[in-house]
Design a protein around this ligand. Structure first.
Ligand code: TXA
Ligand code: MG
Length: 321
């Protein structure tokens, strides 16, 4: 049973969405900027609010897997198996879109991203009205994704109608996206659920981003970026940088720091991949706010469990030529 104050807010948020308004909503991954997915004009406002190009597709959030057939067609059996195993949860399925779905939701593609989120507040909202909401992460285009209501307010105030506060996000990184429309099944965005977990359920090979660089609009090199320049460095490079440094540094260290010099701001990241993922955007956000001139991230490991984190760090550090 949800607390009645929350229930009241859920009701208000649902009413706003039904009126075609934009509401930031909590999910277990990051906060989403939601519009009623059946209202074309409302969906278009998402792109305006984020400053996002119109050809970048949105994910539609459903109340239950039973709604899959309302949004997708020619659904393969594997989609139902994955939905059964991982929903509600941080997994987005790419499927052929149903004919009625407006192309503004899918960025002009004939495929659609669908997921059932595992956040009790959002699920209650979706279930109460059988609503489906299109929702990208609730950040300005290319910036850090918000993992709490305050970060949405800080960066999107004035561009949306309400923020539904559901506390801190459990995962802190966006959902795993898996494509079920090509010749093979492929992860197109690494996230909290690994390719191995998908393989275990499906009993078949699932391609991962390295083997299979799928190009989709919205999957851009520079993404998840703080405003302060960011560099990812080895432990050796970090120590060298600290010896010769003249800048105000914000350091997200991984190993036990052994600094002799004073740094402007620092945080030691957790050494568990899930916990690192949960903290990453929040700490980058705080580093960005600290007034540092450069954010330095000490590289975490790069093996399997760290794929989603590595993917975000690479894009956060990417500099346009
Ligand atoms: O965890 C998440 O997935 C969060 C929460 C709010 O659900 N949402 C999210 O949305 O990360 P967004 O828009 O920031 O990222 C979704 C990405 C797009 O950039 C695009 O690359 C991919 O999903 N995508 C969505 N629909 C697609 C489609 N039909 N084909 C290919 N890629 C698609
Ligand atoms: Mg995003």
């Amino acid at each position: 049973m949800l607390h009645s104050a929350v229930a009241e807010h859920v009701h208000t948020a649902a009413e706003l969405l039904k009126q075609g308004k934009l509401v930031a909503v909590p999910t277990e991954t990051v906060y989403g900027l939601a519009a009623n997915a059946r209202n074309k004009e409302a969906v278009k406002q998402i792109f305006v609010a984020k400053g996002r190009p119109a050809d970048h597709p949105l994910i539609v959030h459903l109340h239950a897997a039973t709604a899959l057939k309302d949004w997708a067609k020619d659904i393969p059996a594997q989609a139902f198996a994955l939905a059964e195993a991982f929903w509600p949860g941080p997994l987005t399925l790419l499927l052929k879109k149903a004919d009625h779905v407006d192309s503004c939701v899918t960025g002009g593609l004939d495929t659609i991203g669908l997921r059932v989120p595992a956040h009790p507040v959002l699920l209650q909202l979706l279930a109460a009205e059988q609503l489906a909401v299109a929702a990208p992460s609730a950040n300005p285009y290319k910036r850090l994704s918000p993992t709490c209501a305050q970060h949405v307010m800080d960066t999107m105030a004035g561009k949306l109608d309400a923020v539904l506060n559901g506390g801190d996000c459990e995962f802190g990184l966006e959902s795993t996206i898996v494509s079920l429309v090509g010749d093979s099944i492929a992860v197109v965005r690494a996230g909290p659920i690994s390719a191995e977990q998908l393989e275990q359920v499906l009993g078949q090979k699932v391609e991962t981003p390295e083997q299979h660089q799928v190009k989709v609009s919205g999957n851009v090199a520079a993404h998840y970026q703080p405003q302060t320049p960011l560099r990812c460095v080895s432990t050796l490079e970090l120590n060298r940088l600290l010896e010769n440094n003249r800048l105000k540094l914000a350091v997200l260290s991984f190993s036990e720091p052994s600094y002799t010099t004073q740094v402007h701001w620092q945080y030691r990241m957790p050494n568990d991949a899930m916990q690192y993922g949960r903290d990453l955007y929040k700490q980058l956000y705080l580093a960005d706010q600290s007034g540092a001139e450069l954010i330095v991230v000490e590289h975490p490991p790069s093996d399997g469990a760290w794929l989603a984190v590595q993917n975000r760090l690479m894009r956060a550090a990417y500099q346009e030529a």
